[in-house]
Design a protein. Structure first.
Length: 361
């Protein structure tokens, strides 16, 4: 079940439980680890006064309305007046299949949509030449401004063009790292850490801010460098699907009710990654609304870390398949679906920050 579908479902249940009328946003989010539920909504606490009830009682009525839906395994009120929700495996798997279309997926909770062109057409997408900034401080401001403007285009009034940016490909090559600095603090920093690092450091307003003489983690290819970690995770996920999976004779597109899909969702690291994917559209909406690109960067870091943790488990490695019979289709592996979803969301998120997403390791 996609975030927008679950928002509508919880909203409809709240409307029935409160006697009708308008209801606030369900604001569905991941449940805390160990709760036993998939998601939680604070909507009873926001609606109880208007409904003439306590949050706890209203949460109970909303839970009763929710379990009438076949996609809901269980729903229950919490002592604080929230409502917890557990989905069927098929409903959870819908997050994976939807997130693989990252360009469309991340916009589902946006206020509207835009018609500013596709990611393959750079004309409408702001991306200032940071080397022209008069100071490091201004370069960081330009990076944040570019990200805000790109998010405004993406979340604007008419809707994102239906194009997935990971199909356009990307490269690790950075011209600033390949050529001597033309001089000045900004150009010198670009020559040391590259444009991706300068943009992401600017988006998070890194402290201390990197300089050419003291670049910190921003020049290193380590997990602590967000500019490297995000792009590496995207390249790894993309390669898993389009190189390793193909080489093993398997493809994405598994059935949500297959034994393999159920087994995948039973892996805690995979389930955690799915939960992080679920929060992508809400994160984009919040980033745009608050005008803080750092929110999107931190979310992408969490997704990359979750994906990295999952790839260290046995459940992440697709097994070689026997060649299909003549005219048959290759086996469909849900692990490739999850990798494709991670690549879709990371690729779209990096694009919105103005950073290319490499497709090869």
């Amino acid at each position: 079940m996609t975030p927008d579908a679950l928002e509508r479902l919880v909203g409809a249940a709240a409307r029935r439980a409160s006697g009708g009328g308008d209801v606030p946003s369900a604001d569905v989010r991941r449940s805390k680890a160990g709760s036993g539920a998939d998601f939680v909504s604070p909507i009873p606490t926001r609606l109880a006064g208007r409904a003439g009830s306590t949050p706890e009682r209203l949460a109970g009525r909303i839970a009763q309305a929710l379990v009438e839906d076949p996609a809901i395994v269980a729903a229950a009120p919490t002592p604080g007046g929230f409502v917890e929700i557990t989905l069927t495996n098929a409903a959870r798997y819908a997050v994976v299949t939807s997130a693989s279309r990252g360009w469309e997926y991340l916009s589902v909770l946006a206020p509207g949509a835009h018609d500013a062109g596709s990611p393959d057409d750079p004309a409408p997408w702001p991306r200032r030449a940071l080397e022209d900034a008069p100071s490091l401080h201004e370069a960081a401001k330009w990076a944040r401004a570019d990200a805000r403007e790109r998010l405004t285009l993406y979340c604007g009034p008419t809707g994102p063009t239906q194009v997935n940016p990971i199909h356009g490909g990307g490269s690790w090559r950075d011209p600033y790292l390949d050529e001597p600095s033309r001089g000045g603090p900004v150009a010198d920093l670009l020559a040391v850490v590259g444009e991706a690092a300068v943009r992401i450091a600017g988006c998070v307003a890194a402290e201390p801010a990197p300089t050419a003489t003291h670049p910190g983690v921003w020049e290193r290819q380590i997990a602590e460098n967000p500019a490297f970690a995000l792009r590496y995770a995207h390249a790894h996920a993309h390669t898993s699907v389009h190189s390793w999976g193909v080489g093993m004779g398997v493809v994405p597109g598994a059935r949500p009710d297959s034994v393999e899909a159920v087994r995948l969702l039973g892996c805690p690291a995979a389930a955690h990654t799915v939960g992080v994917l679920f929060e992508g559209p809400g994160t984009v909406r919040s980033t745009h609304h608050r005008g803080r690109p750092s929110i999107l960067v931190r979310y992408l870091e969490e997704l990359a870390a979750a994906y990295r943790e999952w790839t260290r488990t046995a459940s992440a490695a697709p097994a070689p398949a026997h060649p299909p019979a003549a005219g048959g289709t290759p086996p469909r592996d849900p692990r490739l679906d999850l990798s494709l979803a991670v690549a879709g969301v990371l690729g779209t998120g990096l694009f919105l920050l103005g950073v290319p997403a490499p497709t090869e390791l």
